[in-house]
Design a protein around this ligand. Sequence first.
Ligand SMILES: [Zn+2]
Length: 563
Amino acid sequence: MAPPVSVFRCLAFGLGLLATLTGARAQNADIVFFNGKIVTYDTDAAEALAVRDGRIAAIGRSADIRALAGPATRVVDLGGRTVIPGLIDSHIHAIRAGLTWRTEVHWTGARTMAEALERLRKAAQTAPKGSWLVVAGGWIEGQFAENRRPTQAEIAAAAPDHHVYVQVLYVSVLLSPGGLEALGLTNHAELASRVKIETGRDGQVTGWLWGDNRTISDLYDLLPRPGFEQKLAGTRAFFRVLNSLGVTGVLDPGGYNMPISEYRPLFQLWRERALTVRVVYSLCAPRPGHELEDLQAMTDAMPMGFGDDWLRFNGIGENVTWGMYANDNSTPADRERLYQVLKWAVPRSLTATFHWHNNRTVHHLIDVLERINRETPVASLRWSIAHLTDASPESLQRMKAMGVGWLMQNALYFRGEAFLGQRGAEAARMTPPIGTALRLGLQVGGGTDAHRVMSYNPFVSLQWMVDGKTAAGTPMRAPEEMPTRLEALRLYTLGSAWFAFDEGKRGSLAVGKLADLAVLTKDYLTVPVDEIGSIASLLTMVGGRVVYASGPYAALEDKTPAD
Ligand SMILES: [Zn+2]
């Protein structure tokens, strides 16, 4: 009879074997991609990648990675295709875009006026007669072969039984005949006084209205608002469009007329675990003159960093105080008000992002940030200035010295010709100064500022970063201000992730990081430059979930819980 100790040993051995087997099974990947070109920033291009439990489990040669597949592993042949880290737009009004996505007509990417008008005509076929058809920006005449804006007669002909509203940036709006009355502008005297009605050479009104950023926003707000279900469906649909272009994350800076109630559709999708894009958002001060009290009330129940990897609160801005919101004529009182808000924000570890356009006045903003920074260093808070397209090296240096980053967008893709007209070719050569910022070691995030002032397409933005050409093809930037393709991609991934405090867990393809990635239709690194803008995703994964798949991979898509 065997002594008890042997029994114990047998038992121990048995348990050990069982544990090893369980361990081996646990090592099996959930999904394996092989035979591709995996873009990593720190190792030579790898061929294959394994995902387990929502994270990247291994990267390497195809044979080694395939060995991690078990019976239940999905094994995907990349067929030589390129895989990039999921793209992160560091400044996009994605929440607002989602609210109206289903009730607007989109001219984004249309190459001719005929194509744009056809989209309007098509929408008119299904929209109830007498309702509004709204094109809320995202286009510029330079993208059309005709290189001009539509006329009132053209939009009326495309949709004779509807009211039509066509917005260009935050600059002008074209209404179909009778549009002013239908919009009810006559009941809003103060707003009407700010709107400039264009007349042609014949003295007749053309249908075009002009105004500043705020005026155009207020005009838009006279349009009928979509219902909650439309907002919900629109948010899902817009996020899917972003997924189709390889976007896995956004940083959303709120915006005009975005009361907290407008975040409900987003919050509902998060509760249902139906988000397909990681959303990191900041909140704007809703009322001029009440910034501190409003931001205090809004953040009382929502501390910095509140949320999870799908939805997270990321501080205040891009409108922190109305008087310091791209205000070229700010007063000492405006600057003092911002100082007071930031003094309150620092001990709460709130990050802050500031919307500012012109370098010639940004010193007023930077002065306030430096005043705060002298009292308490702000580097750990990762503040940022958004836009500042014509930033001078001096402004960038002052930002770098404080650890304040720069959220840079492709505004000049649409507005390049206007900039050239106002500032000349010499200024355009270093606008925006992407190369200078990189040489300074400034933190820079890529992005679009979509969807009204720009296309949301990240590949259009990436192409513009590396070739400096406008939608109409006008070259602008000097070679020393052009990043390489890999540098541009880095800004659009790791660069953006930094502003969300997330560079340690996403923004690059590395073992242990969240499995956020995109398999591309074409090789971003080698395709002719002018084809970068037409790249799309064939498969987009967020946290190990295939949120979008098409073509050869269509069957791999994981339906979200609410589908
Ligand atoms: Zn902005």
